[in-house]
Design a protein around this ligand. Structure first.
Ligand SMILES: C[S@@+](CC[C@H](N)C(=O)[O-])C[C@H]1O[C@@H](n2cnc3c(N)ncnc32)[C@H](O)[C@@H]1O
Length: 563
């Protein structure tokens, strides 16, 4: 089936649970690539009110009987806004049904842009998005576009002089959301917590900039930058990180490339180091994305182990003898991701045609088959929200299984012979996947035997020490709602060591959790300690691992998309 018919089918199917993205990736019977369907539907949804108006005013639904309102909206989106236009041969009947009216459509679109007082399409897009946020009551949330500077290829100063030259620096995040008359002024906020991270207004689009295409800048949400910074900190050339690193659950590669960037910065001015970053992902498809992103970022220090299950990595393997730091960001419920469960809702054109003439139920198969998936925008990097594509939902059983795997993964990391620092992170808001895993880890045999403890707040890198959102002791559903609940028995100091972020506040982030573990030989016990019934634990983990499907294994080759 074609891109547009697939998109219509996905958008009109009854909900089968899970996030919109996971529904696309797990759907069978689709002809177009899931990445293209996702990009088309999410992009078109941003423009729905404008496109519905343009279609209504141009009157094409009354004239083109083959077009349903939703199909017309998707086709007109690509006709007016996709670089290559509609993804179908020029002779295709549906493409012709839209292109016959191109002068009218273009004129109505231009009139709409002028009505919004915008000189360019990107400005128009930003204005439309702003208007929608006011309409749905989320305009007070600040969700900027976060941009990380890749020190492997460039520096913050260099980018301020080039990519962001026309940007005016503002002192607060809120100023990025300020409404302005006429042409919005490009504004830039330099983040006070994460080095080399900046924020720009949400509508800013860098996907066609040289810096983005060359991997000099990487679109990565702020909270997603916490783990690598927590691991490698504010070191300089004098006290640079020693030893190799492992990123055990790495695709699409945001945190791996961040590790490489931090190492590159620490080593500036020093002779080329032979330090290695071993980066892996159990999913072979996602490993390809990882490999691409590492290449784009110029991260030569990274060796990608494609399709490698971190749990199957032999801690005693000689290659890893010098691994001192590990970053673990395993699959999680993704409950902290903004807009995760939103199936795009479309405002549709209203002037409907009287319906297809005689094709009826037997819509011409050739129509569908002739449409090829070639026009939906593709970009060079992963979108920030691509980090967690697998698990979803708040089914308590699922959360318990996820937390078992998460704990098992961190526990495995603590067993690397030379490891001194480990970080564990999720983009989940649930206690069981966060503080619950930390509590479990601190009670493991390996943690006690080897003297692992939490990296205290006062030991954390400056920017994270100053971050105020910390671990929680209890999770309770809000009044009148159902949801996971639970509590942990961690000390106040341990909860202060845990770092959190939440959706819907003035920080401009989604829900995220990270904790650092550090090995303190003075705490190591001599005799092994049994903390749990080992057999029972192994069985539980084996069950959970067996059920942790890599749903994305069927993904077609990743084409990338902007959010
Ligand atoms: C949250 S995503 C990682 C995002 C990544 N750290 C980033 O910043 O771009 C979790 C990844 O862990 C991978 N994964 C899950 N279990 C794994 C395992 N046992 N070994 C290796 N990778 C695993 C999944 O395939 C998925 O790509």
């Amino acid at each position: 089936m074609s891109l547009y018919f697939d998109a219509v089918a996905i958008l009109t199917a009854p909900s089968s649970g899970g996030s919109f993205k996971s529904r696309i990736y797990s759907a069978r019977n689709l002809r177009a690539s899931p990445a293209q369907i996702y990009a088309l539907t999410t992009e078109a949804a941003k423009w729905d009110t404008v496109l519905a108006d343009v279609i209504d005013k141009s009157g094409i639904l009354a004239l083109e009987r083959k077009l349903s309102p939703l199909l017309a909206l998707l086709l007109v989106h690509d006709h007016l806004l996709a670089k290559k236009g509609i993804a179908a041969p020029a002779t295709h009947t549906l493409r012709q049904a839209v292109e016959r009216h191109k002068a009218r459509l273009k004129a109505e679109f231009t009139k709409a842009r002028v009505r919004y007082g915008c000189a360019t399409v990107p400005e128009f897009k930003a204005a439309v998005i702003r208007e929608k946020r006011v309409a749905d009551g989320t305009s007070h949330f600040v969700y900027p576009r976060w941009v990380r500077i890749n020190n492997v290829r460039t520096t913050l100063d260099e980018q301020l002089e080039t990519t962001f030259k026309a940007y005016r620096r503002v002192e607060t995040l809120a100023e990025l959301a300020t409404e302005e008359e006429g042409k919005p002024e490009p504004r830039l906020f330099i983040d006070p917590n994460i080095p080399d991270l900046v924020a720009v207004p949400f509508g800013a689009d860098f996907t066609s900039s040289a810096a983005y295409k060359n991997g000099e800048i990487i679109l990565q949400d702020k909270a997603s930058c916490f783990p690598a910074y927590l691991l490698l900190g504010d070191r300089g050339a004098e006290d640079a990180w020693e030893g190799d690193l492992v990123d055990g659950c790495a695709a699409p590669g945001n945190k791996t490339t961040h590790l490489a960037s931090l190492l590159a910065k620490q080593q500036k001015g020093k002779a080329k180091s032979d330090q290695m970053i071993y980066s892996m992902d159990a999913s072979t498809m996602r490993s390809k994305t990882l490999q691409k992103m590492v290449g784009l970022a110029g991260a030569d220090s990274v060796t990608v182990l494609q399709g490698q299950d971190f749990l199957a990595l032999d801690t005693e393997d000689e290659r890893f003898a010098n691994v001192t730091g590990l970053l673990l960001d395993p699959s999680c419920s993704g409950s902290g991701i903004i807009g995760r469960d939103d199936v795009p809702q479309f405002t549709l054109p209203t002037s409907q045609s009287k319906g297809p003439k005689s094709h009826g139920k037997k819509r011409k198969r050739e129509d569908e088959e002739a449409i090829e998936s070639k026009a939906t925008p593709g970009t060079a990097q992963a979108a920030p929200t691509d980090e967690n594509d697998i698990a979803d939902g708040v089914d308590p059983e699922r959360l318990t299984k996820l937390s078992s795997i998460q704990a098992r993964i961190v526990e495995h990391a603590l067993g690397f012979p030379s490891a001194t620092h480990v970080t564990y992170s999720t983009c989940s808001i649930h206690l069981i996947e966060n503080e619950g895993v930390v509590e479990r880890i601190l009670n493991t045999k390996v943690a006690k035997e080897r003297g692992w403890r939490l990296l205290r707040r006062d030991e954390q890198p400056d920017g994270l020490r100053r971050w105020s959102k910390r671990g929680v002791r209890e999770e309770k559903p809000a009044e009148g709602e159902t949801g996971p609940s639970g509590s942990v028995k961690l000390s106040d100091e341990a909860l202060e060591a845990c770092i959190r972020s939440w959706q819907g506040d003035a920080e401009g982030l989604g829900g995220f959790f990270v904790a650092g573990f550090v090995r303190d030989p003075t705490l190591a016990t001599v005799a092994p300690i049994e903390t749990e019934d080992e057999n029972e634990k192994d069985e539980e983990v084996a069950d959970a691992t067996a059920e942790e499907e890599y749903e994305d294994e069927d993904e077609e080759d990743w084409g990338g998309f902007s959010d």
